[in-house]
Design a protein around this ligand. Structure first.
Ligand code: ATP
Ligand code: MG
Length: 439
């Protein structure tokens, strides 16, 4: 097995083989997507990461041994093919390969648990059970190429704007917000939890003088309900900035979102085409709608929303009916936001918190934070939390904590906006939900 690749190196990916290579000898590697045996001629459609290429084997042009060996090949087996490029207007990409020799690098078992040519549609559970096969479909891998490009452009944008990437612990002693959405774990002889958010750590980094930080890392939430927009393990793009208020970080967020969209639309043309997505670059600034007006808008749609309540799913959908693209909801009631959110100075019932929405989907939440120690303790008590269990966090507020603000943007929710997929599971390689812990 070890000499399989000796003297056998890939020269091109399928998409690099264009008609101007006519007559050249190339070596390509990939999976057998489809085989069509017409008796005197066999067509093998070979697939690699970026595309498909046709291998055309006419019995008259190649040796009888090679022809016989090609006939024995099975779908989804892995091949290295050395051959001659031939211009062919009828073939995909306008070229075909006339094989000179091939190596069967590994044979696939048949039947396949899943049709990789997408002619037979499979349920999401069947697809996720055989995810490695599902991901061979270009319509599925396109989502992850877009996600990868989005994360790349987010990093480039933040680095350009002076942010430092940090890594904070995911094994934590207590809840960020005292919520019930935590996964308990056994940590030697104690109980610990998986982190639901880097919130408290990124705030402590403000007290460390790092000024502007970001983290792209998993968050874990024991969401009970099976929805199309919740995962139990998700990636959060988190940001915190000192000497900033909520308006400042909203501006960073809208510029980041529109920059990432423009970068994806420029660099993922093939993937967007595969997914049939016409990505529009949103104009900044995004519209800001006050919570009070949201209540009226939702009620005008015949959906009941009482002032002071968080948006129900029905309320989000009502907003989605009225709003086209990206918009902020600002001026949230202080009572329904976490303890670390800064109340509005002139009207403490309202807060400096905001959500970024795309139609009916919340993709980010942020706020200016409370930086005054005593106010923070008071806010914790009001929320029924015990300040003693936050003493290490609170200490950071006693020795020179600058005013600061930040947000968390869900990488998968943002990927849903970029790809148009309706189920968040589609945007994760191996999703974790209430019922799924494998593969
Ligand atoms: P929702 O109300 O939609 O459940 P949330 O308000 O609880 O979300 P936040 O705590 O504000 O979520 O987290 C910030 C962002 O992280 C969200 O806007 C979302 O994009 C993402 N996020 C939060 N929880 C999840 C989850 N369970 N699955 C996927 N993404 C999530
Ligand atoms: Mg939120």
């Amino acid at each position: 097995m070890t000499d399989l690749l000796t003297n056998c190196k890939r020269t091109q990916y399928s998409k690099e083989i264009t008609p101007d290579l006519n007559g050249k000898e190339i070596t390509i590697m990939g999976w057998i997507h489809e085989m069509r045996d017409l008796g005197g001629i066999i067509f093998v459609l070979l697939r690699d990461r970026d595309g498909l290429i046709q291998i055309t084997a006419p019995s008259k042009k190649i040796s009888p041994e090679l022809f016989a060996d090609i006939r024995k090949l099975k779908k989804e087996s892995v091949l290295a093919v050395k051959g001659m490029v031939q211009e062919s207007p009828k073939a995909p990409g306008g070229v075909e390969i006339i094989p000179l020799e091939f190596k069967l690098l590994n044979e696939s078992k048949l039947p396949l648990p899943l049709d990789t040519t997408e002619k037979v549609r499979a349920e999401i559970d069947t697809r996720l059970d055989s995810r490695f096969l599902d991901l061979r479909k270009h319509s599925v891998s396109a989502i992850f190429k877009i996600k990868s490009r989005m994360l790349h452009s987010v990093r480039v944008f933040l680095e350009k704007n002076g942010f430092i990437e940090i890594n904070t612990p995911k094994l934590v002693a207590s809840a960020t917000e005292g919520g019930t959405e935590l996964f308990p774990i056994t940590y030697f002889e104690r109980e610990a939890f998986l982190g639901q958010s880097p919130q408290l750590y990124k705030q402590m980094m403000m007290a460390s003088g790092f000024d502007q930080v970001y983290e792209i890392a998993p968050i874990f939430r024991a969401e009970e309900h099976d929805t199309m927009r919740h995962l139990n393990e998700a990636i959060s793009i988190d940001l915190e900035a000192s000497f900033c208020d909520h308006e400042d970080v909203m501006e960073i967020l809208e510029n980041l979102v529109s920059t990432a969209i423009s970068d994806v639309s420029e660099h993922c043309k093939d993937e967007l085409k595969t997914l049939n997505v016409d990505l529009k670059i949103p104009k900044t600034p995004f519209e800001r709608i006050d919570y009070d007006d949201v209540v009226d808008m939702v009620n005008s749609q015949g959906v009941l929303l009482t002032h002071g309540e968080d948006l129900s799913r029905a309320a989000e959908k009502a907003m989605g009916q009225l709003m086209e693209g990206y918009y902020f909801i600002t001026g949230w009631p202080t009572d329904i936001k976490p303890f670390y959110v800064m109340p509005n100075k002139d009207d403490p019932k309202k807060s400096c918190a905001f959500d970024l929405m795309y139609k009916d989907l919340e993709i980010s939440s942020g706020a200016m934070r409370v930086h005054q120690h005593d106010l923070l303790v008071e806010r914790m008590k009001k929320k029924g939390l015990n300040p003693d269990s936050f003493n290490r966090y609170l200490a950071a507020f006693e020795y020179g904590m600058p005013p600061h603000a930040g947000w968390g943007l869900g990488a998968e929710r943002f990927t849903m906006c970029l790809t148009g997929v309706k189920n968040i599971r589609e945007t994760v390689l191996f999703p974790r939900d209430r019922r799924r812990l494998t593969p």
